[in-house]
Every structure is written in structure tokens, then in C-alpha cells.
Write a protein that binds this ligand. Structure first.
Ligand SMILES: NC(=O)c1ccc[n+]([C@@H]2O[C@H](COP(=O)([O-])OP(=O)(O)OC[C@H]3O[C@@H](n4cnc5c(N)ncnc54)[C@H](O)[C@@H]3O)[C@@H](O)[C@H]2O)c1
Length: 287
């Protein structure tokens, strides 16, 4: 099932702007449109837009003038995000259900983005599913599944989008995790930590391979953010209290606070930033 914005006022104005600006001056749309629109006219794929951080990013990127291409396994949740973006007058299309752990699903998403907007400027690999167990309790199937749902989907989609990112001299933003570089005694995160450390390594290599095409690649490592994925676990007061006590800011993070960093990395404001990982953890890594 797909959904497309049927011309919100904002979308229509933006399209008109893009058409009239591109031709006469040779200037790109993003150079001419208001500087507060940090992603103006940029086609941004965001994965997992049915989830918490994905939805927050879709709303924020659209407010900043992006043409958002979303996707998710969960059709209803993904559609709800499209509706929320359209309700604000933003531009968004979405492909759902979309199975990013399969190359064919990733190719379908890239084709959909090109069919919808003709180019890809930003790829925000946000979607993933984490599995938590102590070493001796992790079965072979769970280990493989973790790799598929945290690493493979980033590789398959980035590989499929790469030719278009080369054309646009685009940007990759990946989502890693604080658990890639820290261990917590109350978190059985062997598979998750391994996978997300892989994302940091993959991102660094992407930045190196992308340099000659003008492609930048960076990752974000969130700490504990209140989302669909952590909500159940956070109901355990002892666990939540321990994690809260690890933050310097005395509170857990919000999806919007990760989206803000993704916006910085996706936009030209980070034009001299590539190959790094930004930790968004309220200071958990300090002590
Ligand atoms: N919540 C945290 O505290 C935290 C901490 C560190 C890292 N992260 C990372 O942040 C990212 C976003 O997580 P979130 O907390 O918003 O979780 P979320 O569950 O709210 O959102 C993730 C979304 O991705 C989708 N998805 C997962 N696998 C998919 C697949 N194969 N194909 C298509 N869609 C798929 C899910 O359906 C879901 O809607 C993830 O990469 C996660 O590992 C989260």
C-alpha cells in the first residue's frame, strides 16, 4: 500500500518554487529558498517512519522543506505518520508494508522514491529491531535475526540508493546506539551491541568510499530514548531508575531530540562533518 500527498497548499507552493527557480539562474532550490528551510527541496528517505524516532524525523524534515519518502513494516503506523505530515502541510510519500531486511524490499523503496520525486539527496537509515538476551540464551536463529534486522537492512538500502546519492552528492545518516561503545550491567545487549558497533564501522567505511562522490556519512548513537521500543522495559521502575541515574541531565531522551541531530547531519549545516558518530545520550557516557 502506498500513500502520496495529493497537493497540500504547502506542497503546491514548494513545487512551483522549485520549477521556477531551477531554470533561470542555475542556482539550486536549496540555495534560494528561505534559509530557515534547512532541507528545502531535498528528497529524504527515512526508514521506520511508523516508529517513534522515524515519525519525529518525518515531521521535522518536512517542516524544514524536505520531500520525505517514508516506509515501514507496519502499514497503519506508517500511514498515520503520512497523515500527520500532511496535516501540517508537509510533503511525504510512503511505502508500506516494506521489508527492508530483503534486498528486493530495499530496491522497491529506492524505485518508489525515484518514481515519486526523481532523485535521492538524503538517506536516513533509522529502522531497526533490537533483540536482548544474555550470551548463553541467544539461539542461532535470534543471532541471525539480529544481524538481519539491525545490519543487513542498512547495507541493502544504502547499496540500492548509492548510485542516486552519487548523482546528488548526497548524505547518509545511520542509527547506531550507545550500546555500541558502552555496556550496562542490566542490559543483555550482546547481539544489539555487536550489530550497532557494526553500523558505526559501516558508516566510517561509507564516508571513506563516498568521499570521491561528495557523499557524507555519519551515524547517531542514542542513549535511552522513550519510544515504542523501550516503553515496556521502562515500566520496570528499578531498571528505569538505574538508567535514569546514569544520565547527567536527569531524564531520558525524546525522539525529537534524536531527530534534531539527524536534521543537522542531513543538512548543509554539517557540511564539514563526515565519518563520525554523534552520541545523543543526555551524558550517559560520562560516568
Ligand atoms: N529507543 C532507544 O532508546 C534507542 C537507543 C539506541 C538506538 N535506537 C535505535 O533507534 C532507531 C529507532 O528506534 P525507535 O526506538 O524509534 O524504535 P521504534 O520501534 O519506535 O521504530 C522502529 C521502526 O522501524 C520499523 N522496522 C524495523 N525493522 C524493519 C524492517 N526490516 N523493515 C521496515 N521497517 C522496519 C519498525 O516497524 C518500527 O516502526 C533504531 O535503529 C534503534 O535501534 C533506539
Amino acid at each position: 500500500m502506498t500513500s502520496k500527498n495529493s497537493k497540500s497548499k504547502f506542497g503546491k507552493d514548494l513545487e512551483t518554487n522549485l520549477e521556477s527557480q531551477g531554470s533561470s539562474t542555475g542556482q539550486t532550490a536549496s540555495e534560494k529558498i528561505s534559509i530557515s528551510q534547512r532541507l528545502s527541496g531535498k528528497v529524504c528517505i527515512i526508514t521506520g517512519t511508523g516508529g517513534s524516532m522515524g515519525r519525529a524525523a518525518a515531521l521535522l524534515f518536512a517542516r524544514e522543506g524536505a520531500l520525505v519518502v517514508g516506509c515501514d513494516l507496519q502499514a497503519d503506523a506508517a500511514q498515520a505518520t503520512v497523515d500527520a505530515v500532511h496535516a501540517e502541510g508537509g510533503m511525504m510519500v510512503s511505502l508500506q508494508p516494506c521489508h527492508l531486511d530483503q534486498p528486493v524490499g530495499c530496491k522497491a523503496l529506492v524505485d518508489f522514491a525515484i518514481r515519486s520525486f526523481g532523485r535521492i539527496d538524503v538517506l536516513f537509515n533509522n529502522a531497526a529491531m533490537a533483540y536482548f538476551n544474555w550470551l548463553e540464551d541467544i539461539g542461532d536463529e535470534e543471532w541471525d535475526q539480529s544481524h538481519r534486522d539491525e545490519v543487513d537492512l542498512v547495507f541493502y538500502l544504502t547499496r540500492a540508493a548509492w548510485p542516486h546519492l552519487k548523482t546528488s552528492r548526497g548524505v547518509v545518516v545511520n542509527t547506531a546506539s550507545l550500546t555500541a561503545s558502552m555496556s550496562f550491567k542490566n542490559l543483555p545487549s550482546l547481539a544489539h551491541s555487536t550489530a550497532k558497533a557494526g553500523i558505526i564501522g559501516m558508516t566510517r567505511q561509507l564516508a571513506m568510499e563516498g568521499r570521491e562522490h561528495g557523499i557524507r556519512a555519519n551515524s547517531i548513537s542514542p542513549g535511552i530514548i522513550e519510544t515504542n521500543q523501550t516503553r515496556e522495559q521502562l515500566k520496570d521502575p528499578e531498571w528505569a531508575g538505574t538508567m535514569l541515574g546514569k544520565t547527567l541531565l536527569g531524564r531520558l531522551g525524546r525522539p525529537e531530540e534524536v531527530a534534531n541531530v539527524a536534521l543537522f547531519l542531513a543538512s548543509g549545516e554539517s557540511s564539514y562533518v563526515t565519518g563520525i558518530d554523534i552520541v545523543v545520550d543526555g551524558g550517559m557516557k560520562v560516568w
